[in-house]
Write a new protein. Structure first.
Length: 347
């Protein structure tokens, strides 16, 4: 059963109980570059968004000189003499927003990836997230296995951190990192239930069991992962192969050779079930929520205060300010997107 309306307001999460899709995977971050300066081509043939609904900025990140942006979906472009061309970037939130456009066009991520490749796109970054609500293993438990030499990996090191509540000493979750942030493959395993409970300041029990395993791929590893995803049309087949290739937990044996130790049963079960996973999408058709939420949390109180004063004293300060205030271009753009239908924005 899925809880669509959590009791705490503005949570922004959907709680799925353990018996419903206990393992799901999703695209969690994406960058794709194109050796072209034809911004209209990329917007129309790859991103499939109308330029009229994108905010234009004459500035960008990573050395790009301009941006077309629809909230967390960003398309950067470079100077005509800069061979880098165009870069499309989507954060985790941007991926969820983009799924609403894919859904409107009756398309999938596979279609988007093919559009990218057909236009000579290269993928310098791809993040895949696996949500595990069955929790095949406890994160602190595998940390102990690492400490006892019961992990075999291509990675030379792992880092970890844990959180405690200073007031009562309550445990607040553990995170383990495998590899280096500079390497082309980087894994992060953490207790998502604690992360969400800390973020929203609610009891961890409300989220139930919930681990997240993130794969952060760069350059050739990211691009080759996309090719594999398209070959099998199975995101988790590729994710499983990456995890299995880089990491194995074992039970200590009598042999001096750790390679001969038996793979831990929980790891065997997890990797075997990964084959059954599907590409999970959770389309989000809400845009620029951060600005609206800020106003609802902070600005509306001031507005109400001024209105009460106006009503009490017979003044018209609030009305006067509304009549005199003009929206800036960014606010005009946000309002246009707020009022538009998803189908109106796609090409």
């Amino acid at each position: 059963m899925t809880t669509k309306n959590p009791p705490y307001s503005n949570r922004g999460v959907e709680i799925i109980k353990n018996d419903e899709n206990p393992l799901t995977a999703m695209i969690d971050y994406l960058r794709v570059s194109f050796k072209t300066h034809d911004i209209d081509l990329i917007l129309e043939k790859v991103v499939h968004l109308k330029k009229d609904y994108m905010e234009h900025k004459e500035s960008g990140f990573y050395g790009y000189i301009g941006t077309y942006q629809l909230d967390n979906i960003k398309v950067f472009y470079s100077h005509s003499l800069d061979e880098r061309g165009i870069l499309v970037e989507m954060s985790g939130k941007g991926c969820r927003q983009f799924e609403s456009f894919l859904k409107a066009r009756k398309n999938t991520w596979f279609d988007f990836f093919r559009d990218c490749l057909e236009n000579n796109g290269k993928f310098p970054r791809l993040d895949i997230a696996i949500d595990d609500k069955k929790t095949y293993f406890e994160i602190p438990m595998i940390l102990e296995k690492i400490k006892h030499g019961e992990a075999i990996s291509q990675f030379r090191k792992s880092d970890y951190n844990g959180s405690l509540n200073i007031e009562d000493g309550d445990y607040r979750g553990t995170t383990i990192y495998f590899g280096s942030k500079q390497s082309e493959v980087y894994l992060c395993f953490y207790q998502k239930n604690y992360e969400q409970a800390n973020k929203f300041n609610v009891p961890v029990e409300e989220f139930g069991d919930w681990n997240r395993y993130e794969l952060r791929l760069k350059n050739d590893r990211a691009h080759n992962a996309i090719l594999g995803i398209l070959e099998y049309e199975n995101l988790l087949h590729v994710a499983k192969g990456i995890i299995k290739n880089y990491l194995r937990f074992v039970d200590r044996g009598n042999s001096e050779s750790r390679q001969s130790w038996v793979t831990s049963s929980f790891w065997e079960e997890f990797l075997s079930d990964v084959e059954k996973l599907r590409l999970f999408t959770k389309p989000d058709d809400k845009f620029y929520e951060k600005s609206k939420n800020w106003f609802m949390k902070y600005g509306v109180r001031t507005m109400k205060m001024v209105k009460i004063v106006d009503d009490t004293l017979g003044t018209t300060d609030l009305q006067d300010v509304e009549e005199e205030t003009e929206l800036n271009p960014k606010q005009e753009h946000m309002m246009k997107v707020y009022m538009a239908k998803i189908l109106d924005m796609v090409v």
